[in-house]
Design a protein around this ligand. Structure first.
Ligand code: PLP
Ligand code: COI
Length: 367
């Protein structure tokens, strides 16, 4: 197992940190340290360190800057009422990082090294894990190719980093229903592309339609397949669920174009534990529109690590409003699944599937 070296940072004072934790927003404030692990074809993974958070230097010819060979993850650390600090299903993120790595021709990172990197950072910056309700420490593990070479081929050098950012709700306004925007002409993924990988390029492709969405008062873009412009894939940074009036749920099947969300997977399990039916299948905008109009589809929500579960109040497009749940949003099942999942994560609800991974024990000992 690789040993981590430790280069201590000059920490923010307690008062400065507390001030930063009052209303951190999402992704704006960063903790004192970060993790870095280097990789090269000859040496494999090496030089693992916990070091001061700060700018990284790289050669202007580093391949990530030209060809976007980059992947990332999103995972949170939560403070429990008893003082424990935990994370949620980290091995699932580790596995997904490696699936993304395979697609982007980046090196695999041993799963235990991924989990260890998260643990090291959370332990050293544990005071940054918020105590306030609805806040957590968002961790952003990512991998970049940093070989200086302009030929277009997979890099022979890479670097894995983890940074951490205290976070409140992703959408300003808390758990209020959001409107989402149907993007028809602009896509983020297509057959054989990188839609199922968590790579920066997918998000770059979503920025223009997201700007259009925002100009139209919407918080996220809904992407469909490019052929029919009707079959739903997912949102720019979240998976989608629809709820039917019989209590069953529908979510687009993993079709190679969408991310295998860990929140999605967890909600499918929690719904099944309740005896609910979850259909993972093709879902269309037409079905959503008709179902919302005739009352068979009663709720919809977006889910992801950053978004947790966010109710969707309306779906809009250039052609006008397609779905409007009005006063019916947020729906009851949406909110009860949200409470159950966040209860497990924050330690107020039993964790029957052992999803919670302890990092710091309440008595101050490391787990
Ligand atoms: N889909 C996309 C495109 C995402 O960026 C995310 C966020 O990570 C998700 C879905 C949800 O995935 P997870 O629940 O693992 O955070
Ligand atoms: C996450 O939920 O971790 C994501 O990466 C999505 C993004 C909207 C921040």
């Amino acid at each position: 197992m690789i040993e981590f070296s430790y280069q201590p940072a000059t920490r923010l004072s307690d008062a400065e940190r507390e001030a930063a934790l009052v209303d951190p927003g999402f992704g704006k404030v960063f903790t004192d340290h970060m993790v870095s692990i280097s990789w090269s074809r000859e040496e494999g993974w090496h030089d693992a360190k916990v070091m001061p958070y700060g700018p990284i230097s790289m050669d202007p010819a580093a391949s990530v800057l030209h060809y976007g060979q980059e992947i990332f993850e999103g995972i949170k650390a939560y403070r429990h009422p008893n003082g424990d600090i935990v994370t949620f299903r980290p091995e699932a993120n580790a596995r997904r990082l490696n699936e993304s790595a395979a697609r982007l021709a980046l090196p695999e990172l041993p799963e235990e090294l991924f989990v260890r990197a998260i643990e090291e950072l959370v332990r050293v910056d544990e005071q940054w894990v918020p105590k306030n309700e609805d806040q957590s420490l968002y961790l952003r593990p990512f991998m970049i190719s940093d070989e200086s070479f302009l030929g277009v081929r997979a890099a022979e050098k890479a670097r894995f980093l983890v940074i951490a950012s205290p976070a409140g709700p992703y959408f300003t306004g808390g758990v209020k229903p959001v409107s989402i925007w149907l993007s028809t002409d602009l896509a983020r993924a297509g057959r054989g592309g990188t839609g199922a990988a968590k790579c920066g390029g997918n998000y770059a492709a979503s920025l223009l339609p997201t700007r259009v969405a925002q100009q139209n008062g919407c918080a996220q873009v809904l992407f469909t397949d490019t052929a029919t412009e009707d079959q739903i894939d997912e949102l720019g940074g979240m998976n989608l669920f629809l709820v039917r009036n019989d209590g069953s749920l529908i979510t687009p099947a993993l079709n190679g174009n969408i991310l295998d969300g860990i929140t999605r997977r967890s909600l499918i399990q929690l719904a099944k534990d309740r005896g609910l039916t979850v259909d993972e299948r093709e879902v269309t905008v037409s079905e959503w529109r008709e179902g919302a109009a005739n009352g068979t589809i009663t709720e919809s929500f977006a889910c992801g690590t950053a978004a947790v579960i966010t109710p969707i109040g309306a779906l809009k497009s250039e052609a006008g409003t397609i779905v409007d749940f009005g006063d019916a949003a947020p729906g009851a099942l949406t909110m009860s699944l949200r409470e159950e999942l966040t209860g497990i994560q924050f330690g107020t609800v039993a964790d029957p599937h052992n999803w919670v991974h302890q990092i710091v024990a309440a008595n101050g000992a490391t787990a």
